[in-house]
Design a protein around this ligand. Structure first.
Ligand SMILES: *Cc1c(COP(=O)(O)O)cnc(C)c1O
Length: 356
């Protein structure tokens, strides 16, 4: 990336929202980061500017063919007012893997992380401190060249916006009811399932709507070929505890490689709890349920960290997991990860990065 980071401060700062009623992704901070790309020139003109709408040509390629990628991570404020990021280098490495799949030029991961730190540093007062709250960070890249030809754009914008977010669960970790999706699929072998790209989410909303209509809060996705093997839950990775062993679907090209997923596998190994990444069919899960060996199930992702599953419905076979209550291991994983993220617990794996 060419040139220095320019900072244009907002003259009159916005009024902050009520930090006890934030919800998710509804408020945005005073400033944002923008970096432009043009073929032949590379990434250039990195700048922090007042948060505001942007103007794009209606022919900008992102609107027509969806050439875009995004990331999601969080910043936390410790009780002694330090600002911590959780494994941010993993997010920028993944952004580049998504870029590769969407034919978007690679970014300089270290320089973008440095620019992000400068932005967070400027917006420190926007980081809420109540338990469960954080500053959600949304980096994304859009194809901006005005052209209706189907090909890779020659121009892009990378932007980072920040949103103070509330506790994902108002009253403790509430187990959710999940429908096993047997009609729609999220991703297929060779597709874009492993990339964080908008199209994956656009095509998943219909299944979510139909699940809600039947009284479920999300869907469990099966593989796109045999519709048999478990992939993810909603937009989270998924784990099951069966007969003392923790199982999670192996990364197969259609599953998103979650930072939370990786952190959980690392913790389980450290604790000496057997954890296996492999193919896992819905029939096998149902069998374990009938045998009484199905102990816990939970989704994992940056937004909720751990989302316990209280009920799974598969073609009208209802599986009630751990009496519909959060499992002991799920709770321990949640407490450990959020403890490390907020500086309350030691950080033996050097996961947190301080922003000065
Ligand atoms: C972002 C995401 C996840 C979780 O990834 P984290 O890095 O843990 O936040 C899982 N599945 C999908 C489809 C995602 O988009």
């Amino acid at each position: 990336m060419e040139g220095q980071l320019k900072i244009e401060r907002r003259e009159v700062l916005k009024e902050k929202p009520d930090f006890s009623r934030l919800g998710f992704g509804q408020y945005f901070t005073d400033h944002m980061l923008i970096i432009d790309y043009k073929e032949g020139k590379g990434w250039h003109d990195a700048r922090i500017v007042p948060y505001a709408p942007i103007t794009l040509d209606p022919a900008a390629m992102v609107f027509h063919y969806g050439q875009t990628v995004f990331e999601g991570l969080k910043a936390f404020k410790t009780t002694d007012n330090r600002v911590l990021l959780f494994r941010p280098e993993k997010n920028f490495a993944r952004l580049n893997r998504s870029n590769d799949r969407l034919t978007i030029p690679q970014i300089d991961e270290e320089q973008v992380l440095e620019a992000l730190k400068a932005l967070i540093s400027l917006e420190k007062d926007w980081i809420p401190t109540e338990p469960g709250t954080s500053l959600y960070i949304r980096p994304f890249i859009i194809a901006t060249e005005p052209c209706l030809g189907v090909r890779a754009s020659h121009e892009y914008k990378l932007m980072v916006i920040l949103s103070p977010v509330g506790a994902y669960y108002a009253e403790g970790l509430e187990p959710v009811h999940i429908n096993v999706e047997s009609k729609y699929v999220r991703a297929v072998r060779g597709g874009t399932g492993a990339a964080k790209t908008a199209g994956n989410y656009a095509s998943s909303i219909k299944a979510q709507v139909e699940a809600k209509e039947s009284g479920y809060s999300q869907v469990l996705w099966l593989d796109g070929i045999e519709q048999r093997y478990i992939e993810e839950v909603g937009s989270m990775n998924v784990f099951f505890k069966i007969d003392g062993q923790v199982l999670t679907p192996e990364l197969n090209g259609s599953i998103l490689d979650g930072v939370t997923r990786d952190s959980i596998i690392t913790l389980l190994k450290e604790w000496g709890i057997p954890v296996v990444e492999r193919k896992l069919s819905i029939e096998e899960l149902h069998e374990a349920y009938q045998n009484g060996t199905f102990e816990e199930a939970f989704g994992t992702g940056t937004a909720a960290v751990i989302s316990p599953i209280g009920e799974l419905n598969w073609l009208n076979h209802k599986m009630i997991i751990n009496d519909g209550k959060i499992g002991e291991l799920s709770q321990k994983l949640y407490d450990t990860i959020t403890g490390i993220q907020t500086g309350k617990l030691a950080d033996p794996f050097h996961w947190v990065v301080e922003v000065n």
